[in-house]
Design a protein around this ligand. Structure first.
Ligand code: MEV
Length: 334
């Protein structure tokens, strides 16, 4: 039997970093997916195959041994898979070994939710070999798994990868795509570590407690206004709010000169105004909301600009639509 699950990547429109400290956020799932396929083996091992390489590790019966292995032995990216596989194998009598294969079209380590989508798809696929799970159970397992690489996660990324669509977090209320926009995503190709960026923001908070608390209040107010603007079909005010959110992100120091240069060069195009960082920052991607009918010409201009400028030459730019399905899973009898 094979158990297959796939989950979408994500962008954060508003509230990254502040959401770790209790504010709201607005996120959307995007039409790029990771697919995880799991099957039984007789090897008493957990084998994981991915674009990043393969590992095969013995099944551990003790929780301490799993923790020790996760901390010291596995490449970070493989930890959620080993964690989930061990968890289910240890609770099921008849399981001997598992082989898990990951296929992804989400760029890795650039803020588009590749690791959260992996955790969600892995939870659905690995546990799907043994039982039927609800989306909520998949979400809870995926957050546990994500904590093996990033203990401070807000849970927002796994949530949108599970449910799909555009959502307000933490309420998980769906927000209808109110106006016809497409997402333009420009990848700086600078990989980042979400864990490190979040630690950096924690330091900023420690040193600037009062200002950080004001910024959290400003972010909450901004998001409430944006939700009203979306309902009232005001795309221009939503875009302006993205610039304001970017100012807050600049202030907590998760931007850098390369990202600012990219945003300046996007902003020169009248079709592509008010870009902002999406996700942890310090590298990764910037996004802009572009009117649906303008996205192709906008992409063409930005790509030409990236090719012409020495600074932006190795960057990539693509468009994405909002995914509405979230995690999907099925089993195949062989
Ligand atoms: C990362 O995509 C988003 C952060 O807000 C971290 C989190 O919410 O867990 C930086």
């Amino acid at each position: 039997m094979k158990s297959i699950a796939s989950a979408p990547g994500k962008i954060i429109l508003f509230g990254e970093h502040f959401v770790v400290h209790g504010t709201k956020a607005i996120l959307a799932a995007i039409d790029k997916r990771v697919t995880v396929t799991s099957s039984f083996t007789n090897n008493k091992t957990i084998k994981v195959n991915s674009q990043l390489g393969s590992i095969e590790v013995p099944i551990s019966s003790s929780h301490e041994e799993v923790e020790h292995r996760l901390l010291y032995n596995h490449k970070t990216e493989f930890r959620p898979f080993v964690y989930l596989a061990n968890k289910i194998i240890n609770s099921e009598q008849n399981a001997s070994g598992l082989e898990i294969t990951i296929d992804s079209d989400i760029p890795i380590g650039v803020g588009l939710g590749s690791s959260s989508a992996c955790c969600v798809a892995a939870a659905g696929s690995i546990f799907g070999l043994f039982k039927e799970l609800s989306s909520e159970e998949i979400l809870n397992l995926s957050i546990e798994a994500e904590k093996t690489i990033f203990p401070d996660t807000s849970g927002a990324d796994c949530t949108v990868c599970t449910y799909g669509g555009m959502i307000e977090y933490p309420s998980i209320e769906k927000i209808d795509n109110p106006f016809d926009f497409a997402l333009l995503i420009a990848n700086s190709m600078i990989p980042h570590s979400t864990k490190r960026s979040v630690e950096k923001v924690n330091k900023f908070k420690e040193n600037n407690e009062e200002r950080f608390s004001q910024l959290c209040d400003l972010e909450t107010k901004l998001i409430d206004e944006v939700i009203a603007d979306m309902k009232n079909n005001n795309p221009n005010t939503v875009r302006l709010a993205m610039s304001l959110n970017q100012e807050y992100l600049e202030e907590i120091q998760v931007s850098n000169e390369k990202l600012r240069e990219m945003m300046r060069s996007l902003q020169e195009d009248p079709l592509c105004l008010h870009p902002k960082i999406t996700g942890a920052g310090d590298g990764g991607c910037v996004i802009a909301l572009v009117a649906g009918e303008s996205i192709n010409s906008c992409l063409e201009t930005v790509r030409k600009k990236f090719t012409a400028s020495v600074w932006n030459q190795d960057k990539e730019c693509f468009s994405a639509k909002i995914d509405t399905k979230g995690v999907v899973w099925s089993t195949i009898e062989e």
